[in-house]
Design a protein around this ligand. Structure first.
Ligand code: ADP
Ligand code: MG
Length: 584
């Protein structure tokens, strides 16, 4: 794009570009025009939309502009200044490269291109109506390009029928522009719909400020910053702390080399990093920017360029997961272990963790980029050591209710603790952090023999290695028969045969036992069964021990399946409820 000359792509290039319709709805017009403005190096982009884009969409930029004698070419099909030959397709640096957008838009609307190239003293204008181009004319214009699209689909009424309600189309445009605005914080974006400003970003290069302009300062300041490099993969951006979640994946945004893309495996990778920290069915918010060598990613997969293909997808997913986990673990222990942050979000007034400051702190203490790959492993050097502060007993046990809950007093009020969920969390973290060689197992005085139906026996055989890594020692002992010799120390006292049965039964119910982090899921399953049940009466010493153990957990507030382990009734809230405060 350096010399700014527009040429028609050779047929072979054109045919290598997957064919497809570019313009599906008003938001697709906005997308193409925005990408052109960004490719033209604009630093301000103004988007005006009238009647959800059915009546008018205009995008004005201060980019390079289109030379007067190339206006017609710009609107012609397969005319682009961004690609020369087929090899360039594997080195795409610009958002556009197909040379199709303006031609496609011009064929289904009344389009007007007004532009003045940066080095020119005058500009020009060209109109295209339903694919018919009128003669260009000279005109004094501002440097840059303004493209106005009116009466979209006026000549293809069938398309009009497929448009959704104005509200939906407007929302799509809002969402789309906001993604670009966050991806390009150096550009000042302004979006106006029907005369109302949706947002205006500062364009000062600060991504958090761009998020703030769109989502509000409250959310923006709580987001955690991600900065991560693994060889040629770089991941930056923001993720939400565990206190901010959504009911779906829609606000999980991924960008690859500046391009927003849809890829369910990327969101799966991030979700996994949050595993055991969020309630089931809740999803984080994120804006994650993945940068890698141009040759490592194929962008020519989809006509709207919303999908990409990675050469080494596994490396990308692994890097993404590590990047996110590292940040979460660096903030989680510190914020959650302070007594004042033990409030449950399940009570109305939940306090927000000072994630903004935490993120800053982390940056200052600078997490070494190549430290410990798995933050779950004990001795992870990336998380600040919270345990020393934790030795202090924060919770004083008061008693047990209904043989299911413990009541405790903390520095800031009352805590109700679910004994089963709490014990699950404790066992889970203990088992996760110990690995087989150092695992002190409990040797059974008399090994226990377990006979299983053939199908379950096969399942168990397949899991033996994983189980033995966790500190079990189970050996095959004849057809469909197993002998349990050692169980992990954490599970001492449990019924060994029941533990084995339970693991096998759960595997049967689980459709994909091997997906995800197998070890975590296996441990989660075992802990769920091995944890003390509701209904078990605990003596005071056992109650105190349970609380002390919970306090040493990295993530004491939730069980491994995401349910809360405790509910906090703060002094403040008690005083209000009893009318001691606030009423006066
Ligand atoms: P592509 O972006 O794939 O090249 P388009 O049809 O979107 O194809 O645009 C065709 C050409 O018109 C671009 O290659 C570029 O040279 C020129 N162009 C379009 N919009 C702008 C703009 N806003 N500023 C400068 N040049 C533009
Ligand atoms: Mg384009």
């Amino acid at each position: 794009m350096s010399d700014q000359k527009i040429t028609i792509l050779a047929d072979d290039v054109a045919s290598q570009i997957a064919a497809g319709e570019v313009v599906e709805r008003p938001a697709s017009v906005v997308k193409e025009l925005l990408e052109n403005a960004i490719d033209a190096g604009a630093t301000t982009i103004d988007i005006k939309v009238v009647e959800a884009g059915r009546r008018e969409i205009s995008v004005t930029d201060n980019g390079l502009g289109i030379p007067y004698d190339q206006l017609e070419l710009a609107a012609a099909r397969h005319a682009t200044s961004k690609l020369r030959d087929a090899d360039d397709l594997f080195q795409v640096k610009t958002l556009g490269f197909r040379g199709e957008a303006l031609a496609s838009i011009g064929s289904v609307a009344r389009m007007e291109i007004t532009s003045q190239a940066h080095d020119a003293t005058a500009g020009g204008r060209l109109s295209v109506e339903a694919g018919v181009t009128s003669a260009r004319r000279r005109l004094a214009a501002n440097n840059g390009t303004a493209i106005t699209v009116r009466e979209l689909f006026y000549n293809v009424p069938a398309r009009l029928k497929f448009l959704k309600t104005d509200m939906t189309e407007k929302k799509q445009i809002d969402t789309l522009v906001s993604r670009y605005a966050i991806a390009y914080p150096g550009i000042r974006f302004s979006l106006t719909q029907d005369g109302n400003r949706s947002f205006l970003t500062p364009g000062n290069g600060d991504r958090r400020e761009a998020v703030s302009a769109i989502y509000g300062v409250d959310l923006a300041k709580q987001l955690l910053e991600v900065i991560f490099t693994d060889h040629d993969i770089r991941i930056t951006g923001f993720i939400s702390p565990t206190s901010i979640t959504r009911a779906n994946r829609r606000e999980m945004n991924f960008f690859v080399n500046g391009r927003w893309i849809q890829d369910s495996s990327l969101s799966a990778a991030v979700n996994q990093a949050y595993q055991n920290m969020l309630m089931v069915g809740r999803y984080p918010l994120c804006f994650l920017f993945i940068e890698l060598e141009l040759s490592q990613v194929d962008v020519n997969v989809h006509p709207a360029k919303a999908e990409v293909r990675f050469n080494a997808p596994d490396r990308v997913f692994a890097a993404l997961q590590r990047a996110v986990r590292r940040v979460l673990l660096a903030v989680t222990p510190v914020t959650e272990l302070h007594a004042q942050h033990w409030q449950s979000p399940y009570l109305g007034q939940h306090r927000i963790d000072p994630a903004w400051d935490m993120a800053k702190d982390n940056r200052e203490t600078s997490v070494p980029p190549d430290a410990q790959p798995s933050p779950w492993e004990a001795g992870d050097t990336t998380s600040p050591a919270p345990l020393t502060g934790m030795k202090m007993q924060l919770l004083r046990v008061v008693g047990q209710v209904g043989a299911a809950y413990l009541i405790a007093e903390g520095p800031d009020g009352l805590y109700l603790i679910d004994q089963h969920a709490a014990h699950e969390r404790i066992l889970f973290e203990k088992m996760l952090s110990s690995s087989a060689p150092e695992q002190a197992g409990q040797i059974l005085l008399t090994p226990v023999t377990v006979d299983l139906p053939p199908q379950q026996a096969r399942l168990l055989s397949g899991q033996l290695e994983a189980l033995n890594d966790l500190g079990f020692q189970i050996v095959e002992f004849g057809p469909n028969s197993f002998q349990v010799r050692v169980i992990p120390a954490q599970l001492a006292g449990g019924d060994p045969a029941e533990l084995v049965h339970v693991v096998v039964n759960d595997f049967e119910e689980d459709e994909s036992p091997l997906a995800g982090s197998q070890r975590e899921r296996l441990i989660g399953r075992i802990c769920k069964r091995a944890a003390i049940k509701a209904g078990k009466v605990l003596d005071l010493r056992e109650q105190a021990q349970l609380l002390a153990d919970l306090e040493t957990c990295e993530n004491p507030r939730h069980c491994p399946h995401g349910r809360p382990t405790m509910i906090h009734l703060s002094v403040d809230m008690l005083e209000r409820q009893f009318g001691r405060r606030g009423a006066r």
